[in-house]
Ligand binder design. Structure first.
Ligand code: SF4
Ligand code: SF4
Length: 127
């Protein structure tokens, strides 16, 4: 069955993103349970003042873990925030919620010892 987004142009698809940056936070996955843990550690390329990725056009080349979301993968990525506008599009159980900016609540990956990243796991109520 045809879905509303099937015929979206690239521009329409891109316009869905709220540029919240929540998918740019580091996440950890428990090897035994597959459970996802979100941290408050943010990719070095996300500018919290402007709320945008500073390397957007080349993001997947510059950051190997940065995935380009598309209509086939966005609902299959367990680490995607439940408040992500794309997840809400694909799964109505994720209803629109206010998404306060990340500014003041995160730390850049450049400022931490990444071997200690587990210390930065946060229970994000609005993620
Ligand atoms: S490179 Fe990827 S993870 Fe990093 S800020 Fe840009 S979009 Fe987010
Ligand atoms: S979490 Fe979703 S809405 Fe927010 S920046 Fe990432 S892709 Fe865009």
């Amino acid at each position: 069955m045809a879905k509303p987004w099937d015929n979206m142009s690239e521009e329409q698809w891109e316009s869905i993103c709220k540029r919240c940056g929540k998918c740019c936070l580091h996440s950890l996955q428990d090897e035994d349970t597959d459970e996802i843990y979100h941290t408050n550690v943010l990719c070095r390329y996300f500018d919290v003042e402007k709320s945008l990725c500073t390397v957007y056009e080349n993001r997947c080349k510059i950051v190997s873990q940065c995935l380009k979301l598309n209509k086939d993968n966005v609902d299959k990525l367990p680490f995607m925030p439940k408040s992500c506008a794309y997840r809400q599009l694909f799964d109505p159980q994720y209803t629109e919620k206010p998404t306060p900016p990340l500014k003041g609540r995160v730390i850049s990956e450049t400022e931490i010892d990444e071997t200690q990243i587990e210390d930065y796991i946060v229970d994000w109520e609005d993620l």
